[in-house]
Design a protein around this ligand. Structure first.
Ligand code: PSU
Ligand code: MN
Length: 302
């Protein structure tokens, strides 16, 4: 597969079958405000490296699908201007038109998989939107067809979480609670929804994923871990903020790919900025767990 450019440090790690973690970039260019997106990038990369793995940012840089960004490219993605939000269906157009594209979980899975990367970290996956049952993230379909372990803090709080959990079952995507029996709620540690599996060990998660694929299943394996306690938000507060954000989005006529970034921005305002440290901390913590799992995968393959 040579449609993807792989930067030398990532290629070298893949070559020696070392642990590599893919990091999506839509969270940097659409999900988080400047300058916190830069903090996010460095905290996630440091978390991966401190656990002994190599981080590979996924993106389309001036039309080139890539694993790893040069410093100059990363600066463009952090400045956000003119950077498209690229899901699975947008990859072809973005490459042909030579544009910069920050990849969602869906498109990032495609790029990671093309290079044989087994683990990806994000904040919260997309899912079904509240009150808009046909606005379902392309992330779910991508999870159903891409054999990669995805580490997240559940689906984003702005979504219909019970419906999203049901859809993951329909799509055959295993959901494993890391150290929890409950689906975390992204900004919140609990949701009251039970997850079908629990594991307290990165090595066991690596084994579960490989057993899933060895039997011919081709879906992703979704690992959900609660956001760090010191910055996690209260359920009632998040619920009120999300309800207001959904109303604002309806009133402003926001739909489609613009909806998730709009809702995240509205929740940030409604929580008096408290959702931001929560979001940054959970992204860092997910990157760290993803690295532990990637290290376990590499050890199992050695
Ligand atoms: N996690 C975050 N913030 C984000 C995202 C994840 O903490 O902005 C991004 C991911 O790239 C995910 C996307 O794939 O949001 C979902 O967008 P949509 O609902 O339009 O599929
Ligand atoms: Mn959508």
């Amino acid at each position: 597969m040579n449609a993807v450019r792989v930067l030398p440090h990532v290629a070298a790690a893949l070559e020696r079958r070392a642990a590599v973690v893919a990091l999506e970039t839509s969270v940097l260019s659409q999900g988080l405000p400047v300058p916190y997106n830069a903090q996010c990038a460095s905290r996630m990369v440091r978390a991966v490296e401190s656990r002994g793995a190599v981080a590979a940012l996924t993106a389309v840089a001036r039309g080139i699908a890539t694993l790893g960004l040069t410093d100059e490219e990363l600066a463009r993605f952090l400045a956000r201007d003119g950077v498209r939000k690229v899901g699975s269906r947008d990859l072809g157009a973005c490459t042909v038109q030579g544009a910069d594209g920050a990849t969602t979980v869906a498109a990032s899975l495609t790029i990671a998989r093309a290079a044989g990367i087994e683990v990806l970290a994000t904040g919260g996956i997309g899912g079904g939107h509240r009150g808009a049952p046909f606005d379902e993230s392309g992330g779910l379909a991508a999870l159903s067809r891409t054999p990669v372990i995805v580490v997240c803090a559940g689906a984003k709080s702005i979504l219909d979480l019970p419906a999203t959990l049901e859809r993951l079952e329909t799509l055959g995507v295993p959901v494993i609670g890391f150290g929890t029996d409950e689906l975390p709620g992204f900004f919140t540690r609990t949701t009251g929804l039970r997850v079908p599996q629990r594991s307290d060990s990165a090595a066991e998660i690596a084994r579960i994923a490989h057993a899933h694929w060895a039997l011919g299943e081709r879906s992703a394996v979704l690992v959900v871990q609660p956001p760090p306690a010191d910055t996690a938000l209260d359920r009632a507060m998040v619920d009120a903020a999300v309800k207001g954000a959904v109303r604002d989005a309806e009133a402003a006529g926001i739909t489609g790919p613009a909806l998730t970034p709009f809702l995240l921005g509205a929740v940030l305002a409604a929580t008096g900025g408290r959702s931001l440290p929560a979001n940054l901390a959970l992204l860092e913590s997910n990157a760290g767990l993803a690295a532990d799992i990637a290290v376990a995968c590499a050890a199992a393959g050695a």
